[in-house]
Design a protein around this ligand. Structure first.
Ligand code: HEM
Ligand SMILES: *[C@@H]1O[C@H](CO)[C@@H](O)[C@H](O)[C@H]1NC(C)=O
Ligand SMILES: *[C@@H]1O[C@H](CO)[C@@H](O)[C@H](O)[C@H]1NC(C)=O
Ligand SMILES: *[C@@H]1O[C@H](CO)[C@@H](O)[C@H](O)[C@H]1NC(C)=O
Ligand SMILES: *[C@@H]1O[C@H](CO)[C@@H](O)[C@H](O)[C@H]1NC(C)=O
Ligand SMILES: CC(=O)N[C@H]1CO[C@H](CO)[C@@H](O)[C@@H]1O
Length: 343
């Protein structure tokens, strides 16, 4: 279901999206290569010869997209996270279903992956196919555009290695077991992240992605619909959320900002909010409640530089999860369809 701003209570918008014009403050920082995943022969200059305008085309498409930058950024960031956590960063999340099977996109959990994000990838792919046909993978488009949207809304820059190949399949049933859910315990989440090679600290840093974007009422309704709201929620905040979610069963676009204080900006407010009882999802707040993750939440709440550094490293790592090469991947000609779709 496409999320629309009309469903969001603007009382929560202390800073409005319009205070963040779609201007790029892209700083070029070259970070020494500290990552060495096993089959990772990806390189930052992979398309230098074969598609020299690659990063320019991506950057321009991202900044030309109309709409609140943080909305666009959130859609793409979440799409990238889901893609990497399912079959690896292979753009399988972009494949639409065929008559034989449902794809990742069709799984219920994907409901909120915004159409905007899919559209941007399609726009970029179309431009790239004109400029350098058959060269750039959809997985690399997703990786590069994620970096660009994160920096666009104030987040840290980091190195994007390129050369991923696209997966040839996408299966809906694999979604459930691989993605974290709002009612998950820290243990549930830790085991999902550990399976992909992430430490507890990296998990907390990546969760900082919730500094932008929204969650629909169904994801947090159980915290506010009882006779007493969840005691971990600030009482006033809980009241506002109740108002936002009135009639959410009738209008399923009702949603609230994951970071109600600075929803348009990529910053460390997400962590500060938790200390004030304003962690929206139970899975957010649990990071603060659980003694094993609390020190990291406190660190990032107090030190944005530390958050940015760790988030940047963790994003570089996320982009390497399950990366495919020529033997198990291809450069898809359309991002929503494997080249041999009948296979
Ligand atoms: C730690 C476990 C995580 C859980 C349980 C979780 C769960 C969720 C849920 C339930 C939503 C709301 C979806 C909706 O109702 O539309 C959401 C949104 C979002 N998530 Fe996560 N998430 C997790 C980690 C991450 C990570 C690691 C990232 C990226 C680095 C991320 C990025 C986002 C973004 C950007 C949104 C907003 C999407 C939008 O506004 O369209 N999440 N997440
Ligand atoms: C609150 O919402 C949850 C999840 O939708 C539901 O299971 C529960 O029955 C609801 N409780 C009340 C009191 O409405
Ligand atoms: C967490 O740490 C605090 C303070 O060190 C302690 O009082 C509390 O019992 C701990 N909680 C758990 C569940 O271990
Ligand atoms: C914040 O974190 C950065 C990066 O880890 C560190 O260099 C700096 O000393 C920290 N600042 C404070 C005030 O602790
Ligand atoms: C790495 O390079 C080898 C040899 O060129 C190639 O077969 C493999 O597919 C590449 N792997 C990735 C992940 O690009
Ligand atoms: C963006 C997207 O493809 N969302 C899909 C998620 O799953 C639902 C349910 O099957 C589809 O209707 C959506 O189109």
């Amino acid at each position: 279901m496409k999320a629309s701003y009309s469903g969001i209570d603007i009382r929560l918008m202390i800073l409005t999206m319009s205070s963040f014009p779609p201007v790029f403050f892209l700083v070029l920082v070259f970070i020494p290569c500290i990552l060495s995943a096993p089959e990772a022969n990806l390189t930052a200059d992979y398309y230098e010869e074969t598609c020299p305008d690659f990063s320019k085309i991506v950057r321009e498409a991202v900044s030309a997209k109309e709409g609140p930058p943080a909305r666009i950024a959130a859609g793409i960031l979440r799409l990238f996270f889901h893609d990497c956590f399912l079959e690896g960063c292979d753009a399988s999340v972009l494949i639409s279903k065929n008559p034989l099977h449902e794809s990742e996109r069709d799984n219920e959990i994907n409901h909120s992956l915004t159409e905007d994000a899919f559209e941007i990838v399609t726009t970029i792919k179309t431009a790239l196919e004109k400029s350098c046909p058959g060269v750039v993978s959809c997985a690399d488009i997703l990786a590069q555009s994620t970096h660009d949207v994160v920096t666009m809304v104030g987040g840290p820059t980091y190195e994007v290695k390129l050369g991923r190949k696209d997966g040839r399949e996408s299966k809906a049933h694999k979604v459930g077991a691989n993605l974290p859910l709002p009612h998950h315990t820290t243990n549930n989440m830790v085991s999902l992240f550990e399976r992909k090679g992430f430490t507890l600290k990296e998990m907390v840093a990546l969760s900082g992605g919730h500094t932008i974007g929204i969650a629909h009422c169904k994801d947090f309704i159980s915290r506010i619909n009882g006779t007493e709201p969840d005691p971990d929620l600030d009482a006033q905040y809980a009241e506002v959320l109740k108002g936002v979610c009135k009639d959410y069963t009738v209008d399923d676009t009702k949603a609230s900002f994951l970071d109600p204080v600075t929803p348009g900006k990529f910053d460390n407010m997400y962590y500060k909010n938790m200390e004030k009882g304003m962690g929206l999802l139970a899975s957010d707040f649990i990071l603060f409640k659980d003694n094993s993750t609390k020190p990291f939440v406190e660190l990032y709440a107090n030190n944005e530089t530390a958050f940015f550094e760790d988030f940047a490293r963790a994003m570089e790592k996320l982009g390497m999860v399950g990366v495919k090469g020529d033997e198990d991947g291809e450069v898809r000609l359309r991002c929503d369809n494997p080249n041999n779709a009948d296979a």
